[in-house]
Design a protein around this ligand. Sequence first.
Ligand SMILES: Nc1ncnc2c1ncn2[C@@H]1O[C@H](COP(=O)(O)OP(=O)(O)OP(=O)(O)O)[C@@H](O)[C@H]1O
Ligand SMILES: [Mg+2]
Length: 739
Amino acid sequence: MKLRPNVLPLLILLLGLLLTVLTAWQLERTDAERSEARFNALAERARKSVEATYQLKLALLRGTAGLFNASGRVTGAEFRSFVERLRLAQSYQGTLGIGFAAYAPTKREIEARIAEAGSPPGQTVRHWPEGERDSYSAILYIEPLNRRNRAALGFDMMSEATRREAMLRSRVNGQSAMSGRVLLVQEIEKFKQPGFLIYAPLTPGGSIAASSFPGWVYTPLRGPDLFGPLFKGAEFEHVHVSIFDGEPRPGNLLFASPVPAARQGQSRSQQLELGGRKLTIRLAAAPGFQGSSPTRLWPFVLLAGTAISLLAAALAWQAEQVVGRVHDQVRRRTAQLNRSNARLREEIAARSQAEEQLFQAQKMEAVGQLTGGIAHDFNNMLAVVIGSLDFARHTDDVARLKRLIEQALKGATKAAELTQRLLAFSRRQTLVPTVVDANTLVAEMSELLHRTIGGAIRLETVLAGGLWRVFADPAQLESAILNLAVNARDAMPDGGQLTIETANCDLASDHAGASPDIAAGQYVLIAIGDTGHGMAPDVQARVLEPFFTTKEVGKGTGLGLPQVFGFVKQSGGHLKIYSEVGRGTTVRIYLPRYRGPDADVPAASSGQLETLPRGRPDELILAVEDEEHVRLMSVGALRELGYTVIHASNGAAALRCLHEHPGTRLVFTDVVMPEMDGVELAAAIREHYPEVRLLFTTGYARNAMTRDGRLKDEVELISKPFTIAQLAGKIRQVLDRTP
Ligand SMILES: Nc1ncnc2c1ncn2[C@@H]1O[C@H](COP(=O)(O)OP(=O)(O)OP(=O)(O)O)[C@@H](O)[C@H]1O
Ligand SMILES: [Mg+2]
């Protein structure tokens, strides 16, 4: 999978942060739980301390009440010494003192009690405040009798609703009672504290008869002085504690610790019943409460986790950068490679274009050379023909006329030979191959060869025994050997040796593969070697080009070797030339071995018109030829030979003639004609007139008549131009053939 750049580092960062936050959250929750537990424990402790403090005061009161209950009447001096022994200041912090308040149903009686108790020295105790009530009380004793407490002597606490409620409750149920929040009468200084009182009813002799109820011992308590010390310790350092009389409202506040509560944080209120009143103790966490916990791990985890996530993301980012750089490099290299590939392709294209142009130029040069050569040679021969005929036109001398015509005929024949050689070179001459024994052919040529090479050159023939036969045109093979012999002679102006050698040869082993155009197989070798001047490599490279010659003008046309080469190739063979300057040249002709049965073909005969094989008038021949001159020439020649001749200029006309002349023996037809050609005409004749014999003629054999340049087996053909003798022989041969 391929991510977009920077996505992986981002993912890692997000995942890391998420894990960190989760872990921190988990830890924080544990922390919170722990701090909650701690908070709860503190609240519990606060409650217990408040309760214990109250119980301590209560115990003090009970002890004092016991004094009164036991002795019935307690004097002021007895009370003082009792309280002094309690050492209030040291043991009972927050207590302003312990007092005795008498009870009386009437004002008169209460004033009698005040008088009975007597006043402390330097002070007259009087009942206050004034006013009529259904029952009365007065503080008779209060110790220690300091300035604050002196102010309280004679005060009728039942005149004030809060105190009265607690006093009556205590009197009715005989239990100690706590008052609601009051401002104590002892608060004579500028800074006043909220306070409350605890009353313990006196029950002399265990009775609580209403008529004889003596009163209460009580203790006035200042809230802050009483509770403050409870919450001064280190554990309450980060906790705000407040204590309310009843519901937690500002007007009910008895005590509030100086530590300010946090705006948000844990808080807990619990109710506590003391002396018949409900107190509310409220705890609220102050800022730093959680921080004071010794095991707060989550901030560290958050910090460390964030750091690790950032680090991992950074590493991933860097790795990605490296990978990206590698990718970039690969991309750049690929692009470079593509560019150089494109350049290479362009160069190849340019090169092949240049090669194409070069090839084209060479081809044009070759064509130019060829056409130039042809034009040159033809012009020479035509000059002879035209010149001779022109002279002939103006002479009356019969002997001279004959000579001129002879000369013209020679020129024309040379021209015909030239075209034959050209056809041979271009491998388009019509070959009439037969089964040939090269040994016999060479042996029969020896007379001709001797005459050709002259006396200065020795001729040696080395003919292999058991030589395979070849399937080739014997006349063309003869002409090839003669050509090579003439070249050899020309290379040995001072004499030498010409060797003609034949051999069986298996090209599979030594030659095949060396040159791709040579097919492996069995061949008959005919080698013509000389001891002449040889060829330089640059000459050797060009000898197969038509019209390439080193001979002086008039001596060579440069068509000899090309003609031999064309013939050999057309016959399915190969030509090899070995030459060394100063030592000689050997030309090797390889012709494929023939493996079929023997076939005898009569050699073309020659002779005078009178001695030629002749026709009879009852032998009707149809001549078909689109070219008028040629047609008239053929018709004339055939009539000369004694045949009856009809003629047509195209295929359709020929078929009409045949229809009109049922006795036609032979159709002599050209191959290349417009519309219906010779092959199509032949097919029609075979179908409708199977007994009619056929003879084709053509000047150009590259067409449907031949297969691989050879005649189809069943087709009889005579090549243009032909002599009358050749025509006579061929016609007779076709007519006399047994069907
Ligand atoms: N046996 C040989 N020894 C040395 N050079 C030769 C030999 N055969 C051919 N050549 C060289 O090859 C050239 C071409 O030979 P080719 O037979 O094609 O033409 P030509 O002999 O010059 O003319 P043509 O044969 O048409 O009369 C010759 O001009 C000659 O230079
Ligand atoms: Mg030659």
